[in-house]
Design a protein around this ligand. Sequence first.
Ligand SMILES: O=S(=O)(c1ccc2c(c1)CN[C@@H](CF)C2)N1CCSCC1
Length: 264
Amino acid sequence: MSSIQTVAESYQQFNPKAYLQNNYVPPRADFSSEDSVVQWKLRCLADACAKGEIGGHTLVDIGSGPTVYQLLSAFELFDEVVMSDYLEVNRAELRKWLTDQPGAFDWTPYIKHVCMLEGKGEAWQEKQKRLRERVKKVLPVNIHQPNPLGKEIRSGSVDALVSSFCLEACSPNMEALEKALGHITNLLKPGGHLLLIGALEESYYLAGEARINVVPVTEEMVRNALSDSGYTIKDFQTYIMPSTMKVGVDDVNGIFFAWAQKMA
Ligand SMILES: O=S(=O)(c1ccc2c(c1)CN[C@@H](CF)C2)N1CCSCC1
């Protein structure tokens, strides 16, 4: 069995609800503190999207998981958004929220915070409604395939990518991570943008019964991988996870945010 197959096996036990509870409610989702990781991450995304350099027709979110918050700033800049995940349980969780079904995760605090950051005085319900309308597809994805989204999305056709906690959490080793980065980069038009978020120096995380191995990466490793894949790095920020947010669900030491542009 290949090491990629081993990764796929470990994800069969993945529980989206447990993952959401571990990471997206307090203390990690603490909106009361400016120093919290949730405020830092939403600010990184909002600032990059406010520069006026990112935009176009199609935005693809690679490895969405069961979360939508990563798109709250970027989606406004595109006509269509495609979300994706390897697991049907995650795609189902996304569709539950996108169609406002009972039991869907409540992203309201995140939507309200991004509306505040954008400072347009917009009602959060309006942004929520627009995001739900803008997401046109929720597709299966496999980053270890040369065409991660199959025939649905052609190489060189995508204006921008977002990807959060995916590459390092779905690859057996750094070599496979770098190949996977190359696969998703092929989806981008030359000059297209990548907003990449991930865990620093994390070796595992828990999601219910699942214990997932993670490739521990440093800032330097991520910078080198992006450069080797033909990107110019436009911004790179790191957040050191405070002890109050180390709650036993993983051994993450920090979070990185990278804004990179595919060289023409
Ligand atoms: O940085 S988080 O605490 C976070 C969010 C998700 C994850 C981790 C950390 C670390 N392990 C990852 C394994 F894939 C998942 N965060 C949660 C609040 S919103 C911003 C992101």
